[in-house]
Ligand binder design. Structure first.
Ligand code: MIC
Length: 649
């Protein structure tokens, strides 16, 4: 068996089905962050949950850190109170970014982790099965329900060789994105194996597993080998180690070779993580910003190598060198080792530990200027500047370019002089977490809700027939950043659906909200048409829930990204895909999509009838049994309530 199948079969009942067939995964651990976590906690409240049923649930406050007014700090206190109420560990603001903290403090080889953040797979670095999902799915996992998904294909990537000087793990995952684009991993788990693993530390593996999300993969996994043991021992958690490696004769559904020694510095050009080219192709272009940090490059090494590169020199005044430490512990380690001093002396701007500019919470670049970032994604406008030009690269490329003021191939640096980075014993502050209270104490905790926290809206069940004006036709690869923007202006409304709904599709079509509200006031729902890979990227369920609040009842697309498709169903929105060869969506805004025989089509007992302006269009509605029940009920909360009512009655 390969590692991925080993992990899955340990968490499902019975034999593994073939790829594409439904599976129900038992979840050991859950991860929530603040930007998605408030809805998760409101859902737990709506469910009337007593206490987390997972072996471990951790809540992190790392995204919405700018306290412009009461809204974000109110959310922080709400989350802290919810963690106390439901028995969660909680990292308060300033402790750091969820993914590296989870790997360090809680990750356990062999366990499953479900997180309301699409980069949850980063923990795959430890030989665990870590999957990103919408908040409702994570709430259900906290309530003890298995995660309903389908059996993925396993994509074995055999690593050989060793990365050359000037290259690091980020270049390896960018090379994967160059080869396969943003949907190359759809329906697959990427499993890394082979002799090349030996030279990759657990934090290097984190970088690759984190950005496997950008391939569209369900998750990425590494074996739990000697390096994972070393990592856990250095964290004082050696007892959590178990060996999980692929059998000698393990097979994979897809196989690929990645020779690390042949890798060169790579860069994703604006505005998709899939637009990857070698750095030398764009070298010489002027830059405004070099940004180091985020869950995609969170390790000590990533900051230390940048420090070594800039040590004793100064970045030009027109370049903003932004340092975003991934944790407070890391700031302590960088400061003790002198690297922080080197960065500051070189002119770096030091920010608080957290996600920060990665999700547009500050640090927006100047208009029309290039920003080089070590973050995982560069979807249009995500930095906070409209028509931005964000490039994704390694810390080596970012630091070398900061010094030169231009995109620079880091192989041009003197690597003998820079030397290897020594990683010290890490600072550990387990007491920085709020720890779960005993049940009797937890029961007494009141949830602290500020005025910006609104309860979840109620939705009706799915009718049998709907006539829906098409209010928007989106292009291929529209991300959830395009549907529900991030940024400092929007994020403070993550706990207030009626208010955040005003920003839906802001950068794609600023008139959409007005059209949707006009239709809603006539009592009408509406539909949206998408291209390929509709809803890629972030797990934010707000990209389903907020349009649903505006009346969205159906999305018809060439294909819909995994997490977003489940989020649509969870909020009662019909996810349709065009049958191959069926008339594409082109130019049909304001046409009417008429759906009928929905009840039978959802239940799988009859055929769907779909017409656009009276003309029959072949569309698919593929649903598993639980998905069909959820959609028919008008969403997951409705279905939960219906079941409870049936039990009570
Ligand atoms: C992201 O990187 O896009 C985020 C911000 O971490 C999101 C979650 C969110 O939108 O809150 C994710 O990756 O799922």
């Amino acid at each position: 068996m390969n590692v991925a199948k080993h992990l899955i079969s340990d968490h499902v009942e019975g034999d593994l089905p073939p790829p594409g067939e439904p599976i129900a995964l038992r979840i050991d651990q859950t991860l929530t962050q603040d930007a998605t976590g408030t809805l998760v906690m409101l859902t737990l409240e709506a469910l009337g949950l007593e206490r987390t049923q997972a072996e471990l649930s951790a809540q992190y406050i790392d995204h919405n850190l700018i306290q412009e007014d009461h809204r974000n700090p109110d959310d922080h206190l709400f989350l802290l109170s919810a963690a106390r109420r439901y028995g969660l560990h909680c990292a308060p603001p300033g402790h750091g970014v969820s993914h590296p903290l989870h790997q360090r403090y809680f990750g356990r080889p062999g366990a499953t982790l479900l997180g309301s953040d699409s980069h949850t797979p980063a923990a795959g670095a430890l030989g665990m099965l870590a999957i990103g999902a919408g908040g409702l799915d994570v709430a259900m996992a906290i309530a003890g329900e298995p995660y309903q998904t389908v059996m993925p294909e396993i994509w074995g990537v055999r690593l050989t060789g060793e990365l050359p000087p000037g290259c690091s793990a980020k270049d390896a995952i960018l090379e994967m994105l160059r080869r396969h684009g943003v949907d190359g991993g759809n329906g697959r788990i990427v499993e890394y194996h082979g002799p090349g693993l030996e030279s990759l530390s657990a934090m290097d593996r984190h970088v690759m597993a984190n950005m496997g999300t950008e391939l569209g993969a369900v998750t990425s996994v590494f074996p739990s080998d000697g390096e994972v043991r070393r990592f856990l021992e250095s964290e004082g958690r050696g007892a959590d180690w178990v060996e999980i490696v692929a059998a000698q004769d393990a097979t994979y559904d897809h196989e690929e070779e990645l020779d690390l020694s042949a890798i060169e510095p790579m860069i994703a050009t604006p505005s998709s993580p899939g637009n990857v080219v070698p750095v030398r192709d764009v070298a010489g272009e002027e830059i405004y910003q070099a940004y180091i940090g985020s869950s995609a490059n969170p390790g000590f090494r990533d900051f230390a190598v940048a420090a070594r590169i800039v040590e004793g020199r100064r970045v030009p005044p027109q370049v903003s060198l932004d340092i975003n430490p991934s944790s407070r512990d890391l700031v302590a380690d960088l400061s003790r080792s002198g690297h922080l001093f080197a960065l500051l002396e070189a002119g770096a701007r030091l920010h608080q530990a957290g996600c920060n500019g990665c999700i547009g919470m500050g640090q927006a670049p100047a208009s029309g200027r290039n920003s080089l970032r070590t973050v995982p994604r560069n979807f249009p406008g995500r930095s906070g500047t409209s028509e931005d030009a964000v490039f994704l690269c390694s810390p080596e490329t970012a630091a070398a370019s900061a010094l030169a003021g231009r995109i620079t191939d880091p192989r041009d640096l003197d690597w003998d002089g820079i030397g290897a980075v020594e990683v010290p014993e890490p600072t550990r502050t387990p007491d920085a977490f709020e720890r779960p209270l005993p049940l009797e104490k937890a029961r007494e905790v009141e949830l602290v809700k500020g005025p910006n926290i609104a309860s979840l809206p109620d939705f009706d069940a799915l009718p049998d027939a709907m006539e829906l004006p098409i209010l928007l036709v989106a292009e291929d690869d529209i991300s959830t950043d395009g549907i529900m923007p991030a940024g400092a202006e929007v994020l403070p409304f993550r706990s207030n659906i009626p208010r955040i709904a005003d920003f839906v599709f802001r950068d794609v079509d600023p008139e959409y909200v007005a059209r949707a509200k006009a239709a809603r006031s006539e009592g009408d729902g509406h539909a949206v048409i998408g291209g390929r890979n509709y809803g890629q990227g972030s797990s934010r369920e707000h990209a389903a829930l907020a349009p649903r609040h505006l009346g969205l009842r159906a999305v018809a697309a060439q294909s819909i990204a995994r997490i977003h498709r489940t989020n649509l169903i969870n909020y009662g929105i019909v996810p349709l895909t065009f049958e191959e060869g069926a008339a594409g969506p082109g130019g049909r805004r304001d046409a009417v999509l008429a759906l009928s025989n929905l009840a039978a089509a959802v239940a799988g007992t009859g055929a769907l009838s779909a017409r656009i302006d009276g003309e029959e269009v072949a569309m698919r509605l593929d649903l598993s049994e639980p998905e069909a029940e959820i959609l028919a009920a008008g969403g997951r909360v409705n279905r939960f309530r219906d079941r409870q009512a049936r039990r009570a009655g």
